[in-house]
Design a protein around this ligand. Sequence first.
Ligand SMILES: Cc1cc2nc3c(=O)[nH]c(=O)nc-3n(C[C@H](O)[C@H](O)[C@H](O)COP(=O)(O)O)c2cc1C
Length: 362
Amino acid sequence: MGIFADLELSLPIIQAPMAGVATPELAAAVSNAGALGSIGVGATDAKGASQMISSLRGLTSAAFNVNLFVHKDPEPDPLAARTWCAAMSTEFQKFGAVPPSELQIIYRSFAADDAMMRVLLDHTPPVVSFHFGLPEENRIRALKETGAILFATATNLAEAQAAERAGMDAVVAQGFEAGGHRGLFDPSQPDERLSTETLTRLLVAQITCPVIAAGGLMDGADIRNALSWGAVAVQLGTAFVGCQESAADVGYYSALTQAAERGTVMTDALSGRPARCLVNHFTTWAAKQTAPVPPYPIAYDAAKSLHAAAKAKDEFGFGAQWAGTGASRARFMPTAELVATLAQEFNASGATLAKSSSGATE
Ligand SMILES: Cc1cc2nc3c(=O)[nH]c(=O)nc-3n(C[C@H](O)[C@H](O)[C@H](O)COP(=O)(O)O)c2cc1C
């Protein structure tokens, strides 16, 4: 398993770094169970990240991954922001609230966050991963000098080649089925929308660094399948959202239990970047809008305000309920039990494969 052997993993499974959902407790439970736990610090600042990494270190002595968002900071456009907020005003009114008078850039990109870089150099996480793009060369070099193994998400071949050229140790092939934000480097460019299988097979054929498959993978048989496409490991997000240690709120859990009826949708209206979410009141409202959505993370400020106003009146249907196309197969159990279940299913599906390939019959 190469780099995964260096990390002393006993399972080729990475729990996706889900900013706002994956807690240090969840990531530690995954790492302690022999897979790779991850936290996402894209929705917090350097101080918050430092606290998260310290708590995670306190809960596990095994390897873990810290994930950062590396996007281009947006150009603020106050007029577009006001137009977007005005479009939302009827929804705010339903909860006795008004939209914000202006929208803020609520999250900094790692690309320009020196304080976050210092946190990484101080804490030296065993794995550091990047979403939405790649940091500049000297940051990559400095992180490698700490001994960190580096991953980057790619949604197409060009992004994967850029990640490989930049010296990433593995590329996460994120298919269109995946829950949460598309890792697109430039969301203004057309999205090829490659499936997890197509993208994984393409990258395995075209690049030399190891490929991790992500998107729509929910059980041990899915994991075995993804490895048969040539992936060295898999990254699962949605599968972990329903775990006890997840920070998903009660409305998110409940929406996940109804995933078969709701389905999922790719929308840029929640945050300003395309992301896959369970169909809910927000995505239904957003699908009818014609005003341009402000760029990431400016739109997120508006959506989070509306969610807070709605939640204060016990309406949870306006949240960012990220989930992949496999959501209806989510399981609700403690994290350690889910990892053990995945391992057991993975081993059982291997035995089935071995049996069928040796021609054995019952
Ligand atoms: C709730 C949620 C939050 C996510 N947050 C992040 C994140 O902070 N950083 C990141 O690189 N990927 C994030 N992702 C995407 C995952 O890394 C991964 O691509 C995706 O979960 C795989 O698809 P699946 O959800 O169908 O398993 C998130 C996914 C979900 C479901």
